[in-house]
Design a binder for this molecule. Structure first.
Ligand SMILES: C[S@@+](CC[C@H](N)C(=O)[O-])C[C@H]1O[C@@H](n2cnc3c(N)ncnc32)[C@H](O)[C@@H]1O
Length: 225
């Protein structure tokens, strides 16, 4: 697995992202990385979970900069919910890249900066208690290779690169794997609302909703098992 060259960029809302010059692809929306993560994954993912849950199990496909994990941790802490977060990332960031990101400063006034560093520094494949109420495991693995426990998650963040770059991650085989890992009523949320992705999700058995997207995107996808 070769890791492509990456460059840190600042997006429209002042938050940072990574850019792959070889693919001309950003990790987040250029209009605002923070705004996009909050809109897609928190507002239309985390915030849709039933409020009576004591513990939430989340899988992220494509941990990347850790922004979704950081925001989920912040949300869970505010709601006094325990969080079990599993993340897949075949190309983890280097220490230097993590140190340059301004994510921790932009979330709750830097309160989770230590937690953010600990997530990135955690040993691959080993459960780490980031706080007493936040257990986190980062696998240096692809979705294709990962063995996912059936009916384990309430929520999956599908945040791989766009289907034109990674078609296999958006096809029926990969999506069915995610479907099986979700509990009944569990949610897959993603920024993509491409026709081929919608068709594959429906073929897996998901029920789809398409809320409006963040700046620059007409709609996104919330898929319910
Ligand atoms: C759009 S970025 C994710 C952004 C990330 N969620 C964040 O908050 O920064 C896509 C991520 O998927 C990862 N990725 C690439 N191939 C993958 C695969 N086969 N399975 C899982 N993740 C993959 C990339 O390395 C990259 O970090």
């Amino acid at each position: 697995m070769t890791t492509l060259k990456r460059v840190i960029k600042t997006t429209g809302d002042g938050s940072q992202t990574l850019y792959l010059p070889d693919w001309k692809e950003h990790y987040h929306s250029v209009h605002g990385a923070l705004a996009e993560s909050l809109h897609v994954f928190i507002q239309h993912g985390f915030d849709r979970l039933p409020r009576n849950l004591k513990k939430v199990h989340i899988l992220e496909v494509g941990f990347g900069t850790g922004l979704n994990a950081l925001l989920s941790m912040d949300r869970a802490a505010r709601q006094d919910v325990r969080l079990c977060y599993h993340a897949l990332e075949p190309h983890p960031l280097s220490e230097e890249e993590v140190a340059q990101l301004n994510h921790p400063q932009l979330v709750s006034g830097g309160k989770h900066a230590g937690a953010f560093q600990r997530m990135h520094a955690s040993t691959f494949g080993t459960k780490q208690m980031i706080t007493s109420r936040f257990e986190f495991t980062l696998w240096k693995q692809t979705l294709e290779a990962a063995g996912l426990e059936p009916e384990f998650y309430e929520l999956v963040y599908h945040d791989a690169f766009a289907p034109q770059f990674q078609p296999d991650l958006w096809g029926e085989i990969a999506l069915k794997k995610i479907y099986r890992s979700l509990k009944s009523g569990g949610i897959l949320v993603t920024y993509s609302a491409r026709g081929s992705v919608k068709r594959a999700l429906r073929a897996c058995g998901f029920n789809l909703e398409h809320p409006p997207g963040p700046a620059g995107k007409r709609e996104i996808t919330v898929a319910v098992r």
